[in-house]
Write a protein that binds this ligand. Structure first.
Ligand SMILES: Nc1ncnc2c1ncn2[C@@H]1O[C@H](COP(=O)(O)OP(=O)(O)OP(=O)(O)O)[C@@H](O)[C@H]1O
Ligand SMILES: [Mg+2]
Length: 302
């Protein structure tokens, strides 16, 4: 029986591919933001998603976690179709994302932001609050220990009781990333983790990503039993980033989108030296320069 299960499991897609999406389409009015895109993320990989401004990267993220409904296409996560689930159910399956502009609650403390992320708390249910107070208190205590361990490992422990609104832009990004670890993620989607972050903190963020990918952070969490450590061992990442140094230093595989469609994919070296990719970026820059000249505006407005 065990042998049969092992054999069946070897051929299940999740042994290699944790997330795959095919023939995804999404239009906003006349704009084809995602136009027949596909993507694949291997288990335990750090995968990159790059492309010029407006290529459809964030829209693709939104489709992968069903923040917006695709016009067409399917998304398979851990061997199951997820495009019918809502984004909360998807998060419970272990697929978590961060946002291009970090979404932290400024008027709550850093620690409270961490605790808000916890799922399946005993206390979520009114009945449990009254009749399982002991379990509720225990779970609350466990969550707090976990939150403090994670904050310590990312260097935010000193800020635990400060308002999240008092953090720098880079620290907010770090908090948003740290918060994803409260929910036992299998795959974390990071939308531009290095944007607007100072170079020293970018290096730190890259180190954290590498460590979480290799399961290292969890060795420090004293309170966890071995099952919890095993469950959290080796998180997979899909990262949107314009900073090519980050992509080159972190990623095993990179997907390139342009105008909503796949342009190229391969290892970072292949993608970086691809003529097609270079042209897509240069073409975009020329267009932007022309627009800037016409309207006298600078920047991409993000
Ligand atoms: N909610 C929306 N309503 C209308 N148009 C949208 C919406 N979201 C995205 N778009 C458009 O879809 C296209 C793709 O946008 P998207 O934000 O996915 O690009 P991106 O690759 O993430 O760009 P950037 O690198 O600048 O973040 C753009 O033309 C954008 O203006
Ligand atoms: Mg974007």
């Amino acid at each position: 029986m065990a042998e049969q299960f092992k054999q069946e499991n070897q051929f299940k897609p999740e042994n290699n591919v944790l997330l795959s999406a095919n023939s995804l389409y999404k239009s906003f009015g006349g704009i084809k933001a995602v136009n027949n895109a596909k993507i694949e993320v291997k288990n335990r990989s750090i995968t990159g998603l790059i492309g010029p401004n407006g290529a459809g990267k964030t829209t693709l993220f939104n489709l992968l976690c069903n923040f917006i409904k695709p016009d067409q296409g399917e998304v398979i996560f851990d061997g199951e179709p997820i495009h019918q689930l809502n984004s909360h159910q998807i998060a419970q399956q272990g697929l978590i994302r961060t946002f291009q502009v970090a979404r932290v609650l400024s008027r709550l403390s850093v620690l409270e932001n961490m605790l808000l992320a916890t799922q399946k708390q005993t206390g979520e249910n009114f009945f449990n609050v009254w009749f399982k107070r002991k379990d509720f208190k225990l779970e609350e205590k466990k969550n707090k220990i976990r939150a403090m361990s994670i904050l310590e490992s990312v260097g935010l422990i000193e800020k635990a009781y400060d308002y999240a609104g008092a953090l720098s832009g880079g620290q907010r990004k770090l908090l948003e990333m740290a918060r994803t670890l409260m929910t036992n993620p299998k795959l974390i989607l990071l939308d531009e983790p290095a944007a607007g972050v100072n170079p020293a903190l970018i290096d730190e963020i890259c180190e954290h990503i590498k460590n979480w990918n290799q399961g290292k952070i969890f060795d420090d969490i004293q309170d966890w039993n071995q099952d919890e450590k095993d469950e959290n061992y080796g998180i997979t990442f899909l990262i949107i980033e314009h900073n090519m140094d980050v992509i080159m230093s972190l990623c095993d595989h990179v997907w390139v989108l342009a105008e909503g469609t796949n342009l190229e994919d391969g290892n970072p070296e292949k993608v970086q030296s691809s003529e097609k990719v270079l042209e897509a970026y240069l073409g975009k820059n020329e267009e932007e320069e022309r627009d800037d000249g016409d309207e006298g505006k600078v920047g991409d407005g993000k």
